[in-house]
Write a protein that binds this ligand. Structure first.
Ligand code: ADP
Ligand code: MG
Length: 558
């Protein structure tokens, strides 16, 4: 039989495919199962318009059969099958997608379930197989055909036998080498975990014969082996279910199953967007800070699905850094399965989704702050620092988004307050939002610099986090009120003329000169102050940096 040649460019493409498009070999199974699911979908769509066809759901499934003896892994489906021509056109020409054409020809309104569109997924089989055999019988045909290929050097097609409509893809799994392991693709447990990971939400059952042991009837302590066909995938994903049918426990269970965290989520956000971009998402705000959260090791990101099929474990482009604590997943039919990381970054749909998600998280946090104060404080204790970094980073370009989510400890309320609350309580004659920075609340309480401001009856925000002052400097003002450190030279309070104190009496001058001489470069100037009530002395700063900020900057590695 004459061997047909792949087109020259196809050869190159095939090599590229096998070596570079996919970073993980295990995704071959995802691709083949997706194709099988597409093939079943096609019968389903046909049945919608063809009354001679009945779509009985129980007849449609995918079956995975590993066989160690023959080193084969078979992926069978009861889908629409392929004619001889279709085998030739769809599997012989790389980057030709029969599924994409099907969607267009049939002008499917609801055709979004069909996954395929690029016409490259099938060839990922060659990442793990040294030979691929496809036996297929098309719907409405009595004949079956066999397509076979060992990779880049071509393929053969010949008549074959098949009892029912559908397709069997038989992979002859490669031998292990020193660098690469292939045996695992014949192991039941490994296949099961790959199916769970990538194809859990395929709409049709993915079945596999699973071996087990059970106590033998009648004889104590003895076990017998048995085999039972199991459906591995859960089929309907939680995010496609109706929100009203789901309980908090359902979401918590999902959070735990997905191993988003070991805590319980503080809040879940279930989004079903149907606007400019169509997607479903389930997002979680964790309760506690992951141990590596404030380290370089922590990786932000959401799981990204295209039509129920996992395409990326942690897609970083979906979350801004300041919301990097958010866990969860996004599923969109507007994204394609084969898209690469590089392409994703520039994907317009993805950008829209990311913006949408950001706004949703923000408004959820705002309403949590408004309606569930205690919960919000819990959240803020875990992740507030990240929000403050968010205000400071990227030249403050996100400050508008974040300023109303900030909280600081208040000298008056003795608890965390928002800037909004602070400003709403300001007496009319108060010009600034006052703050004091220090190591701890106890330490700040004892600062002599707070005395005058507190005496005036003004509220002071306590900054105990090293990022606090940096964030506030970036914010500059809130509702047109400037921030002012209690240790700054000019407090804007009447009766506090520290700044231009010139009436030093001669006796003071002598004392101050002596002090300056002893302290040397440690201080710039020693002068009298009216700011102090019960403390004999305090430090004040001139210019932009406060003493606390200088300390932090000095402690930073250069
Ligand atoms: P895509 O799925 O993006 O179209 P693939 O390379 O995965 O590209 O598959 C190429 C084409 O081969 C599909 O579009 C489909 O027409 C056909 N095909 C692949 N697998 C099957 C199958 N199991 N049953 C029927 N047709 C299939
Ligand atoms: Mg495909």
């Amino acid at each position: 039989m004459a061997k047909k040649q792949f087109k020259a460019e196809s050869k190159r493409l095939l090599e590229m495919m096998i070596n570079s498009i996919y970073t993980q070999k295990e995704i071959f199974l995802r691709e083949l199962i997706s194709n099988a699911s597409d093939a079943i979908d096609k019968i389903y769509y046909r049945a919608l318009t063809d009354s001679s066809l009945v779509f009985n759901k129980d007849d449609y499934y995918v079956k995975i059969t590993p066989d160690k003896g023959s080193r084969t892994l078979t992926i069978s489906d009861t889908g629409i099958g392929m004619t001889k021509e279709e085998l030739e056109n769809n599997l012989g020409v790389i980057a030709k997608s029969g599924s994409f054409a099907f969607k267009n020809e049939n002008e499917l309104k609801d055709g979004h379930h069909i996954i395929g569109q690029f016409g490259v997924g099938f060839y990922s089989a060659f990442m793990v197989a040294d030979q691929v055999t496809v036996i297929s019988r098309a719907l409405g045909s009595e004949e079956a055909y066999k397509w076979e290929s060992k990779g880049a050097d071509g393929y053969t097609i010949e008549p074959s036998e098949k009892a029912s409509v559908g397709t069997d893809i038989i992979l002859h799994i490669k031998q292990n080498t020193d660098d690469e392991q292939y045996d695992e693709y014949l192991e039941e447990y490994r296949l099961r975990s790959i199916i769970k990971k990538y194809s859990d939400f395929i709409r049709y059952p993915i079945k596999m014969d699973v071996k087990g042991q059970r106590p033998m009837e009648g004889s104590e302590g003895e076990f017998e082996e048995y085999t039972e066909e199991q459906t591995i995938n859960s089929m309907v994903p939680i995010w496609r279910k109706n929100k009203n049918e789901l309980t908090d426990e359902d979401y918590e269970k999902f959070y735990a199953e997905k191993r988003y965290g070991f805590d319980k989520p503080l809040k879940h956000i279930h989004i079903s967007a149907d606007g400019a971009v169509v997607y479903n998402a389930i997002l979680f705000i964790p309760e506690s800070t992951p141990f590596d959260y404030y380290t370089k090791e922590y990786e932000k990101g959401l799981e990204l699905y295209s039509n129920g099929v996992l395409i990326m474990n942690k897609c970083p482009d979906l979350l801004p850094d300041y919301f990097s604590f958010v866990k969860g997943m996004v599923d969109s039919e507007d994204l394609s399965l084969n898209i690469s990381r590089e392409m994703l970054q520039h994907d317009r749909q993805l950008k829209l989704i990311a913006k949408n998600i950001k706004n949703k998280i923000k408004s959820q946090l705002q309403s949590m702050l408004k309606d569930e104060r205690e919960k919000y404080e819990k959240f803020y204790n875990a992740f507030g620092r990240q929000l403050k970094f968010g205000v400071y980073n990227e030249y403050g370009m996100h400050k508008e988004d974040l300023q109303d989510l900030l909280m600081f400890y208040s000298s008056k309320e003795k608890k965390l307050v928002t800037l909004e609350e602070y400003v709403s309580r300001m007496p009319e004659d108060q010009k600034y939002i006052y703050y004091a920075a220090g190591e701890s609340i106890e330490r700040i309480e004892k600062l002599p610099q707070t005395e005058l401001v507190a005496d005036k009856g003004y509220e002071i925000l306590y900054f105990t986090d090293d990022v606090d002052e940096f964030a506030i400097k970036m914010l500059m003002n809130y509702k047109e009120k400037e921030f002012k450190s209690v240790s700054s030279g000019d407090l804007g309070i009447e009766g506090d003329q520290d700044q231009n104190e010139t009436d030093d009496k001669e006796e003071h001058k002598q004392l101050f000169d002596a002090m300056k001489e002893i302290l040397g470069d440690k201080v710039k100037q020693v002068k009298a102050s009216k700011r102090l009530k019960s403390h004999p002395v305090c430090l004040t700063a001139e210019g932009e940096l406060t003493i606390e900020m200088e300390k932090i900057l000095k402690a930073m590695p250069n």
